[in-house]
Design a protein around this ligand. Sequence first.
Ligand SMILES: *[C@@H]1O[C@H](CO)[C@@H](O)[C@H](O)[C@H]1NC(C)=O
Ligand SMILES: *[C@@H]1O[C@H](CO)[C@@H](O)[C@H](O)[C@H]1NC(C)=O
Length: 285
Amino acid sequence: MVKKYIFLAFLTNLYIIGAYKPVVIIHGILTGAESMLVILEEIERHHPGTKVYNTDRFAGWSSLENAWHQVLEFNGDLQKICRNHPDGVIMLGYSQGGLLGRAVLQTYPDHCVKKFISLSSPQAGQFGSDFLHLIFPSLVAKTAYELFYTYVGQHTSVGNYWNDPHHQDLFEQFSIFLPYVNNDLPSTNSTQFRDSILKLDQLILVGGPDDGVITPWESSHFGYFNGTGDVIPCRQRQIYLEDRIGLQTLDNTGRLKLVTMAGVKHFDWHLKQQVIQTVILPYLD
Ligand SMILES: *[C@@H]1O[C@H](CO)[C@@H](O)[C@H](O)[C@H]1NC(C)=O
Ligand SMILES: *[C@@H]1O[C@H](CO)[C@@H](O)[C@H](O)[C@H]1NC(C)=O
């Protein structure tokens, strides 16, 4: 009887280990782990037995804390997870969580992440009032740089990735985060920031034109405004053309996926079953 039970447990374990990699989830701004429960349920329903780590760090207002601080804390968590899963995990970050998660990889050269899914995240930065007003109702995009591009403004995550196309000099002078993780500005860590991304089997960047919060929505694919407000797609920007963080190499080796889905609002990416089934589940194997 005992033997039979052990054998069954062994089979179940094989099934679990063989089938699906563990998934590590990082939530978006001003929310916490509970906001990602629909994704968790969908994973459970379609891929039963998958181990999911749904982080609750920096929930609510603390999600506005300095991006580097959050990245280094998440980095410590991922190191523990990787020790338990040497065969690798899949990581998914939603909105701000996708930008922070990407930086976590970059600060962890030996990470075990095989696939990274960025779900509507401001990878090239953010410049728009709709987003701003969620957090700072009285700020307007046009003048927000006066607050964000200061020593004090850099104490908040939003300031760290606020990318004002009309004040690029101040952005590069003051921002302590985005110009570095995107290797716009060289640092002693530039090579590591690129190599760590190149360790991925797949980088999946999800976004869409009806998002309404990420501005421009193409930032979810590393596209961004140029100095006259035109949106330049990822593959035509310097970050890609100069392969600053490995995007072009990933692309040339079939490892970069730019996923576009229309008709999805920013607060639906992680809540609508049909969206999750279309843009997330196919990558979780
Ligand atoms: C950058 O590299 C230096 C060592 O060269 C290290 O002390 C520092 O923690 C690194 N910073 C990040 C964010 O990786
Ligand atoms: C921005 O891109 C548009 C379209 O490609 C181009 O016409 C314009 O000159 C560019 N502006 C700058 C400042 O490069």
